[in-house]
Design a protein around this ligand. Structure first.
Ligand SMILES: NC(=O)c1ccc[n+]([C@@H]2O[C@H](COP(=O)([O-])OP(=O)(O)OC[C@H]3O[C@@H](n4cnc5c(N)ncnc54)[C@H](OP(=O)(O)O)[C@@H]3O)[C@@H](O)[C@H]2O)c1
Length: 215
């Protein structure tokens, strides 16, 4: 059994990752700034307040955990994407260094994945404008992780569309290229994405690299 500290546990993806960890018998410390919206009470779950942007908060909570994960994201249209995403990236890196915990798995974005013409998805003409700032911040976060060689980080990019759906257990793992199905769609359900994230948390081998998850 692993003991996992998860920042962003009350979010859409965080709740699914929490559920997947608990169903596999792992212990979860679920953190968010408010401590709200997390999975219902469970014997393996502890809910705490913590801010991933604050290295001291991360360093205080991380000791005693086998791995730290993050699914943090800004409140859409309310918070500054870069402040939350890049801020959390710096807070996690500095906080884990302070704590001496070295395994980190983070939810990234699809925007920095390469399309067949070699450009980043975020630069394609059809990329939704409402997600541009978020995608750009996630690309900056990936660049920051790529400079880190003293932590065992994994940046997990979803497909272009990450949506509620079935837990099929059938999906593909890629690298820096956008994966699409035979119809050209790039999709993954939140429960299947959570499987890939938890696989990395408990037995991942994609150390210091970005992987992507899609059908
Ligand atoms: N296809 C894609 O590329 C794609 C698709 C979906 C999501 N994403 C990425 O994943 C992110 C998260 O998605 P989501 O739908 O799960 O978001 P969400 O539902 O808004 O959840 C975000 C969670 O993060 C927490 N949080 C925010 N800042 C925090 C901080 N500093 N410290 C600790 N917890 C913090 C929030 O709770 P509190 O407010 O209580 O702290 C909330 O629980 C998105 O913003 C985006 O970057 C990418």
């Amino acid at each position: 059994m692993s003991k996992v500290l998860l920042f962003g546990a009350g979010g859409n993806v965080g709740r699914a990752v929490t559920e997947e960890l608990l169903n596999r018998g792992h212990q979860v410390t679920a953190a968010s700034r408010t401590g709200r919206g997390v999975h219902p009470a469970h014997p393996l779950l502890t809910v705490v307040a913590g801010d991933a942007r604050d290295p001291n908060s991360v360093a205080e909570l991380a000791p005693g955990h086998d791995a730290v994960a993050s699914t943090v994201g800004p409140r859409l249209g309310v918070e500054d994407d870069r402040e939350v995403i890049v801020g959390a990236t710096r807070g996690l890196i500095d906080g884990l260094r302070k704590a001496g915990v070295d395994r980190l798995v983070v939810l990234g974005g699809a925007g920095s994945l390469r399309t067949p013409d070699g450009s980043a998805l975020v630069d394609s003409p059809h990329f939704p404008s409402m997600w541009k700032a978020n995608a750009t911040a996630q690309a900056e976060a990936l660049s920051l992780y790529r400079e880190v060689d003293d932590l065992a980080w994994t940046f997990v990019s979803p497909a272009a569309h990450l949506e509620p759906g079935d837990r099929t257990e059938v999906f593909r793992i890629g690298g820096d290229e956008l994966l699409t199905d035979q119809d050209g769609n790039s999709c993954i359900s939140i429960p299947d994405f959570a499987i890939a994230v938890v696989d990395q948390i408990v037995s991942g081998t994609a150390i210091r690299r970005r992987i992507s998850v899609a059908y």
